[in-house]
Design a protein around this ligand. Sequence first.
Ligand code: IFM
Length: 474
Amino acid sequence: MTDLVTEPLTTLATAFPPDFTFGAATAAYQIEGAVTEDGRTPSIWDVFSAEPGRVHNGDTGEVACDHYHRMPSDVAMMRDLGLRAYRFSIAWPRVQPGGRGPVNARGLAFYDRLVDTLLENGIPPWATLYHWDLPVELEQAGGWPARETAYRFAEYAGLVADALGDRLSGLITMNEPWCSAFLGYGSGVHAPGRRDGTAALAASHHLLLGHGLAAESVRAAAPAVPFGITLNLYPTSPGVPPTYDGPDRAAYDDAVRRIDGISNRWFLDPVFGRGYPSDVVEDVRSTSALEFVRDGDTDIIAAPIDFLGINYYTRHVVAPGAYPGSAGVEFLSRGFPVTAMGWEVDPDGLYDVIRRVHDDYPAVPIVVTENGSAYEDVMGADGAVHDEARLAYLRDHLGAIARLIADGVDLRGYFAWSLMDNFEWAFGYDKRFGLVHVDYATQQRTPKASARWYADLLATHRNGTELPNGILGP
Ligand code: IFM
């Protein structure tokens, strides 16, 4: 064992309050498989991943981690790791096939069993309603660029809240609407693979509108469930030092403004009741006059939330440039170590982005609903995965969370992405984000060193003292 693995955990563990939520997260299409079972209809990701050239290696979520059939043993694994919460997503086309009409009882039953199994194992369930698997019929009717999809979503949200809301510790409407809108309808690298700037902006608005409308249907069905939205936020910095005063200083600052605007403020401002930021409205004017934003929409989007979910992976460092499709902005690398996604490892960025939300927006409890890293894991001859880079990433990002708490930020929880290796969207199974290794040929699960470390941290936090052989044994 290395120093990293044997480093004492008590200092870090005691930096978190006793009721801090330590969890792990997944999403339906990335782990469930069973895409045609029990009345589920196809989502845009079934169609997209079946199209040649869309996903690395032609991979699809058809089997994924087979979690749909292995749910009880997966929950037992979570219990053995000592997880204090589990964030999963609900596949809309399982619960409401085609995105309209009555609940599909067989599809809903899976989530009903999942929630009960988690609770029986002492693991509070957190559900995300939309983690990118739009029923195909709704895409055929216009998808997120169509206003009607927001109303369909609110209805679906109410159905789920009615069925599960009494047992959930958190209910998240959208996961990363930036990705659904701009990767799904703008660059087309995600489902449904459309490339249309106006459609992407309309999609971003209707995703937010769906969130706001769902506030009403969810609160009516399950008034007590903590309700929120998850945004993927990026601290955005100029590629020059703060003291730089060259002739292009203003152009650097404008690059930061633009990228912060479309990545962060475009979502944060309306959710917090400020409407769309006027400078970004100007930036996008040549693409769209935003005529799809109707009177009253921004009030709906500003519905009160009980918490803000933040997903953080890395920082954007930008420069003025002619990078195609990015509004005259170039993304720089600083030569920091990168993960297998090519994303720079920057725990201070987690501190900065949350601190900014704390400083610039109205007070609301914050939950880190995703944070994690992909690495090219190899299973050793000893049958173990010694993923020390991921372990260090996890430790250092939790260190940033501890500093935020010490500095008075109301940060309630942290969900590692991801519980286990899974279908990483356009990268297929090539990128492994899991704390737990999955052998896709056998579906064997093996907790990596990072999972064992996380389990030990959680046990130390719970017991106030470290167990000599760790919670999973030597
Ligand atoms: O795997 C994804 C997840 O579905 C959404 N957030 C980012 C993760 C890593 O890319």
